[in-house]
Design a binder for this molecule. Sequence first.
Ligand code: DC
Length: 231
Amino acid sequence: MKKVIIAIDGHSACGKSTLAKSLAKELKYVYIDSGAMYRAITFYALQNDYILEDGTVLKSQLLDDLNKINISFNYNSVTGKSDTFLNGINVEEEIRKMNVSKSVSAISKLKEVRTKLVDFQRKLGKHKGVVMDGRDIGTVVFPDAELKLWVTANIEVRTARRYKELLEKGQQISLDEVRDNVNFRDLQDSSRKESPLKRANDCKDIDNSTLSKNETLHLAVGYANDAIVSH
Ligand code: DC
């Protein structure tokens, strides 16, 4: 059966990655988390003090280092998921922390960072058979993707899900802080100049505010099967 590219975009914490992972598993496709790449570069910038207390990014220092930043993914047989590596070091846990979430918008709006990562993302999708989630996958990275999904959920549902996720990871955080961060990133992602978050015209919409994970997956599998047979 012919393999296709499935692009999943949407606002922060709307369940894109949960859906993308389960859809990839169902289709025996490769799941690629593009957000993890932006998070890894943000973590690098934080580690090297290229992001000041007031949020200012020392752009030229970071850009000088871009060629030295290597991101890769390795399957973790314990968790059954793929972990993100930055220059050979597993940073999966670190990149999900709030300090990274707070700074990632400032890094992901940089044109040079996006160029590097879009190039990497296209290489990973070269042989198709991938499910990639992010903000610009259906609009910029793979504008010809055979299936584009736009995932949404209302802000309270998204906040509650992300809050639960962070609590389960042992992070001390309030519901308000999570909601503020989700709203902040949505605004930054949608209003930035380079590849802003926007819904592709030829996408299928999935609002999962009142759907379970299985119901959401079921919908997506239906769209994916249609896309696979018609290409
Ligand atoms: O999917 P995520 O929440 O882990 O992504 C983290 C940030 O990275 C998000 O706030 C915006 C940015 N991002 C992006 O600009 N483009 C993508 N394709 C994926 C993520």
